[in-house]
Design a protein around this ligand. Structure first.
Ligand SMILES: Cc1cc2nc3c(=O)[nH]c(=O)nc-3n(C[C@H](O)[C@H](O)[C@H](O)COP(=O)(O)OP(=O)(O)OC[C@H]3O[C@@H](n4cnc5c(N)ncnc54)[C@H](O)[C@@H]3O)c2cc1C
Ligand code: HEM
Length: 480
């Protein structure tokens, strides 16, 4: 079929190309034929095949693609979706930005001072009107309005204690009295208002059909913070501890001790490798789920396994020293956990795949109103490779209704006191240690591709829905 960049296709025509051998998709109103790109896609061929024939805009955005992706896409564009408007998909720019927190503070004080200025102007105007009211013999304002203004001004005039004997207000008293009262009231009102509104977010950026948040105090775990979704910003490393063979706990310092990362529970960050000074681009970027959350002020903490041959972890992350700066962006990913998402969660994690699970477990256990029941199956090669074990066991002890743990290791440890399982994640283990399929139950998977693939297939045998290649929060089986 001959195509040109201006050819228009209907959604039905795009839907005809939904195979691994013929994969088209719509992303923000543009139509792409990605058949030849499937096996080069860094996010994997599966996600593209899964999205073939459909509108993949949301999934594409969730992956937080960079400028590189936008450049690559151009060569696969075959036309436009009929009737589509121009959308503003934003590539992620690899640039280093000054810390956000300063901007927040600046914009907050700017907003407050704007309100104060507005109050002062209003006060001046009312003061002027009071003065006008005092000159009731002049014919510039209708008498009814003057009477009303006088009655409004009366309490202020009384407050000054002297003017009541006079025929009217003097110019300066009118200005001063009204200014004082309205400036104080205006400042108090703007202060209260500034506490209710998240000035980091541009409230006017919300489409008109969107409702403003119901609660003036948003869930602290979901508030915005230092992270920026489309720009890399750097943080200094302040601590690096070896917690298991080749696994480090990295602690990075946020710009001030009260700053929060701004990462919703379940989402992750992207770390960019060293940035080439000539091109301004990072050589490689990878995803990581921090183990800290918004209740940890001033720090961003990660647990990362460093592979000797790993492009990002091998040379770069393993070699980091305290004081070195690392570039982050986020939040990324389709999971934004909130209490009430479901009643039961079964989790299967392998190795460092524990980090997103730990995020959720921590948020659930630390919220006394969250009654979600979590059953975790955590697989590792050996006991020594297990991550965050002490933290998980502390939660399971303290919140037995919220968390049940089952570990798996490749071989039983020599000490002979191993009370958990041995071997791979299989159907028996999953049937015994995960909740059964139900409308209010979700399963979450994270770990090496082999484990995730095997567990997904077993879940179908157990009666769960098939996991999609790119998960959505509404899915019964969610793969991080
Ligand atoms: C949403 C998400 C969250 C993640 N969170 C974390 C986290 O908190 N901590 C963490 O350590 N990692 C995490 N990862 C994995 C991480 O993104 C990288 O894949 C990993 O650090 C390897 O990157 P690399 O460039 O060093 O290795 P690559 O150059 O990509 O691979 C080098 C070698 O490492 C091995 N390898 C790579 N990844 C894995 C793996 N997952 N299992 C087994 N072998 C592997 C392969 O054998 C490969 O040959 C997460 C991944 C995703 C998608
Ligand atoms: C023509 C279309 C696409 C192109 C050219 C493309 C390109 C890329 C590139 C270059 C990356 C590496 C990271 C980056 O530089 O951004 C990437 C990562 C990824 N892509 Fe795509 N992509 C396309 C469509 C999609 C779609 C439709 C989806 C989802 C359905 C998707 C999901 C992902 C995921 C999950 C990652 C991994 C992100 C991470 O590091 O966490 N991509 N893609």
């Amino acid at each position: 079929m001959s195509t040109s960049a201006d050819t228009e296709y209907s959604a039905k025509e795009v839907a005809l190309h939904k195979e691994g051998t013929d994969a088209w998709m719509t992303i923000h109103g543009e139509v792409y034929d990605v058949t030849k790109y499937l096996h080069d896609h860094p996010g994997g061929a599966d996600v593209l095949v899964e999205a073939a024939g459909m509108d993949a805009s949301e999934a594409f955005d969730n992956a937080g693609h960079s400028e590189d992706a936008f450049e690559i896409m151009e060569q696969y564009r075959v036309g436009k979706l009929k009737g589509a408007k121009k959308f503003g998909a934003q590539p992620v720019k690899v640039t280093l930005q000054p810390p956000q927190e300063k901007k927040v503070a600046a914009s907050r004080s700017l907003a407050v001072s704007k309100s104060v200025a507005a109050s002062a102007i209003a006060a001046g105007a009312i003061g002027g009107l009071c003065y006008a009211a005092s000159l009731s013999n002049r014919e510039i304002i209708p008498q009814a309005v003057l009477q009303h203004l006088k009655s409004l001004a009366a309490p202020i005039v009384k407050g000054t204690g002297s003017s009541s004997q006079r025929q009217g207000l003097g110019f300066f008293e009118g200005i001063l009295a009204a200014s004082a009262v309205f400036a104080v009231a205006g400042t108090m009102a703007s202060h209260e208002f500034s506490k209710m509104v998240d000035f980091h977010a541009n409230i006017f950026a919300n489409p008109t059909h969107m409702r403003m948040p119901k609660s003036p105090r948003p869930d602290p775990l979901l508030v915005r913070g230092w992270l920026h979704p489309s720009q890399y910003q750097s943080l200094p490393l302040i601590e690096k501890v070896l917690v298991a063979p080749n696994v480090y706990r990295f602690v990075f310092e946020l710009p001030n001790p009260q700053a929060v990362a701004g990462l919703p529970i379940g989402q992750h960050v992207s770390i960019a490798g060293p940035i080439d000074e000539k091109t301004g681009k990072a050589s490689v970027s990878r995803s990581y789920t921090p183990v800290s959350n918004n209740s940890d002020k001033g720090v961003l903490e990660l647990v990362i396994r460093c592979y000797p041959d790993g492009q990002l972890t091998g040379g770069y992350l393993a070699g980091l020293e305290v004081g070195d700066e690392v570039a982050f962006r986020g939040p990324k990913g389709a999971m934004r956990y909130r209490p009430g998402l479901c009643r039961k969660i079964g989790m299967v994690a392998g190795g460092t795949g524990i980090t997103p699970m730990y995020q959720l477990i921590r948020a659930i256990c630390e919220n006394e109103r969250d009654l979600t029941e979590v059953s975790l199956v955590y697989a590792n090669r050996s006991e020594a490779d297990m991550l965050l074990r002490a933290e998980l066991e502390a939660f399971a002890r303290r919140y037995p209704k919220n968390l049940k743990l089952h570990y798996l290791v490749d071989e039983a440890p020599a000490h002979g006191k191993w009370a958990h399982g041995v071997g791979r994640v299989n159907k028996d283990v999953m049937a015994k240690h995960l909740p059964a399929p139900a409308a209010d139950t979700k399963i979450m998977l994270c770990g090496p591709p082999g484990m995730v693939k095997g567990a997904s297939a077993t879940l179908v045998e157990l009666g769960f829905e098939k996991a999609a290649a790119t998960s959505k929060m509404s899915d019964q089986v969610f793969v991080f």
